[in-house]
Design a binder for this molecule. Structure first.
Ligand code: ADP
Ligand code: GN1
Ligand code: MG
Length: 377
């Protein structure tokens, strides 16, 4: 077993004796280990994570936000007598802290935290192979909508901004320009076509930021509503827990719906090699929206409804920029699993961006119709 992880795990208040350590490679940011402890004749499963401190500059603030949010959700679920849904449960260190700090052989600090492992669930990277794709899309939309509803009375001033300007699309665009100017990897030369097209779409894709705090309210939002950040019940297909709460911050509900659909309703993985497979599945988008709107229609403002369809385009645009910027910068942000990984990722997002443009009219029509029906029910 991994000696370093054993040493780190020994500092947490885990019950029993450590039996196995495996890695989960689904996320693009943190390093995730699954630990099984044997305790008399039962076993306890935990999740141990090394927080990526290149991405999260202040892990203490991240944990403070998560503690507040998970306490709020736990209390609300209790009040509602809801025993189906769950949230993350922080396992403290033996010194009763939310984080364990480990100093590595280079003298650098590494930050670790632990959660209870939520059992009998699955987190999908894509629905493309599932016969239940439509049901799953509906359930994911409903779960992220329910999450918004649970947080709708959370005092937003308590939340810190753990990554500044996370969904500030025009700022992301400026970061891209900076990376092109520096062009340290010389990769910008390979991406000219997409760069030119991205410039032409900037104005339309700045709409959420231009209206945030005005006609678009600032709410507690998840900000990383990727499909594998929800745990679904293996048997019932219901959404059980929204996880990966590192980016819960003040933001717009449009970031959550836009990113959720970008991720769940694409027909392929973010790094799919077969370009013919890359498109948005309109049926899945409608199911997702249906689930989300059923939970949220009565808290949404007019502009949140008006810009909901566009938010899918905006977040896909932003994600194209983020992968492209990281590619040009030499892969310093997202974990890559092979050399040109970020190139595949940004090219695929770009294909999705063009695809959603052709589908937006239908999607907007569906949103307005569904909201109308829900309001007149
Ligand atoms: P990252 O920030 O790197 O995306 P996540 O917090 O999303 O890391 O965790 C990576 C993966 O680990 C998730 O996609 C999910 O499959 C699994 N996971 C995370 N937390 C839990 C948990 N409490 N119970 C069960 N599985 C979990
Ligand atoms: C990262 O952590 P993970 O894998 O759930 C990223 C998201 C991106 C996503 C793209 C903190 O999500 O913003 O949309 O990769 N998270 C952070 O795959 O940057
Ligand atoms: Mg994740």
């Amino acid at each position: 077993m991994n000696e370093k992880i054993i040493e780190i795990a020994n500092n947490f208040d885990f019950k029993g004796s450590l039996d196995t350590i495996t890695e989960n490679n689904q996320g693009n940011i943190n390093k995730t280990y699954i630990l099984i402890y044997k305790d008399k004749n039962k076993s306890n499963k935990y999740l141990l994570q090394k927080i990526n401190s290149n991405v999260f500059k202040n892990p203490y603030l991240v944990m403070k936000n998560i503690e507040l949010i998970t306490n709020h959700i736990t209390n609300k679920l209790k009040k509602m007598k809801d025993t189906t849904h769950k949230t993350l449960t922080i396992i403290k260190t033996k010194d009763n802290e939310n984080l364990y700090t480990y100093t590595n052989e280079d003298g650098e600090k590494e930050y670790y935290r632990a959660y209870n492992f939520i059992e009998n669930c699955i987190s999908y990277d894509s629905f493309n192979d599932s016969k239940d794709a439509k049901i799953l899309a509906y359930q994911v939309g409903k779960s992220f909508g329910f999450f918004q509803k649970l947080l709708s009375d959370f005092p937003i001033n308590l939340l810190d901004e753990t990554i500044k300007d996370f969904h500030n699309t025009p700022k992301r665009f400026n970061d891209l320009l900076e990376s092109i100017e520096n062009n340290i990897t010389k990769r910008a030369f390979k991406c000219e076509k997409e760069i030119v097209m991205l410039i032409s779409k900037l104005k339309e894709c700045s709409v959420i930021m231009n209206n945030l705090g005005k006609s678009i309210p600032i709410r507690p939002t998840h900000n990383d509503t990727k499909l594998n950040n929800i745990l679904m019940d293996k048997e019932t297909n219901e959404g059980i827990a929204i996880i990966d709460l590192d980016t819960v911050m003040p933001g717009s509900i449009l970031f959550d719906i836009g990113d959720g659909i970008r991720s769940a309703c694409s027909n392929a993985l973010e790094d799919e090699k077969d370009k013919d497979k890359i498109f948005f599945n309109e049926d899945l988008i409608k199911e997702y929206l249906k689930g989300f709107l059923e939970e949220t229609y009565d808290i949404l403002t007019n502009d949140e409804i008006n810009y909901m369809g566009l938010s899918i385009k905006i977040i896909t645009y932003e994600q194209t920029i983020r992968f492209l910027t990281d590619y040009i910068n030499g892969d310093t942000y997202f974990k890559i699993r092979y050399k040109e990984h970020n190139r595949d990722r940004f090219k695929n997002q770009y294909i999705l961006l063009e695809d959603i443009e052709n589908k937006l009219d239908n999607i907007n029509e569906f949103i307005f119709k569904t909201v109308d029906e829900l309001k007149n029910k």
